[in-house]
Write a protein that binds this ligand. Structure first.
Ligand code: SAM
Length: 203
């Protein structure tokens, strides 16, 4: 109950809008196969709105385990507004090979069963599709304080993963290629952008 309160409160703060993190991640996901986009962890919905503008006219589906505070973002959506679905990343209610891109921006650190999430995303992606994880780098000196604060106020599940952790999870799920990106001049930055690509069929 208390965790839900803090999560909702945090989601209303401007700092919870990770639009710039989505924008930087999108610079590194090409080429994408045709098809819709999955946003994992909608939060206030500003990320989904950004995806619907930046990748228009691809349809965007945004999932969250709690859809309590999405109204403001609807005004910022693209020509095809995102569809919001109550669902968990551990049990995606979508057919195999549905999406071209799945993005988990500032969300992966709070998900349960990370290996299961990678397997679910792998299943839901089309051949050549990409899983983008933008999140705190577990190597950064702020990662432990971040976890402690999150454990107090948001969720005991929070864990800041290292690029090596994410690479191991991606490989075990079947992803063929992985790459880590950081902002220019921030080789030791707080954030990492992890890109995993599902193998495309041989042409
Ligand atoms: C910090 S917010 C990030 C919101 C958005 N991606 C952004 O960057 O602006 C993390 C979101 O993940 C959601 N979440 C937590 N566990 C989840 C799960 N198992 N499946 C889907 N979403 C989940 C939370 O409810 C929260 O809204």
């Amino acid at each position: 109950m208390a965790a839900k309160f803090w999560r909702r409160l945090f989601a209303r703060l401007p700092i919870a809008r990770s639009t710039r993190a989505y924008a930087f991640g999108l610079q590194h996901v090409a080429p994408l196969p045709p098809g819709p986009v999955l946003d994992i962890g909608a939060g206030q919905g500003f990320g989904a709105a950004h995806l619907s503008r930046a990748l228009a006219p691809r349809p965007v589906v945004s999932i969250d385990i709690e859809l309590g505070c999405l109204k403001p973002a609807h005004q910022e959506a693209g020509p095809v507004p995102p569809r919001f679905v109550l669902a968990s990343a551990t049990d995606l209610p979508f057919a195999a090979e549905s999406f071209a891109l799945a993005a988990a921006v500032m969300t992966f650190h709070c998900l349960p069963q990370p290996q299961r999430v990678f397997r679910e995303v792998y299943r839901a992606l089309r051949p050549g599709g990409v899983f983008l994880v933008a999140d705190v780098d577990g190597h950064h000196w702020m990662a432990r304080p971040f976890e402690v604060v999150e454990h107090w106020f948001i969720s005991p599940l929070t864990r800041a993963y290292t690029p090596e952790d994410l690479t191991a999870l991606a490989r075990a799920a079947g992803f063929a290629e992985t790459q880590v990106y950081r902002r220019p001049n921030k080789a030791r930055g707080f954030m990492q952008w992890f890109v995993a690509r599902k193998a495309a069929p041989a042409s």
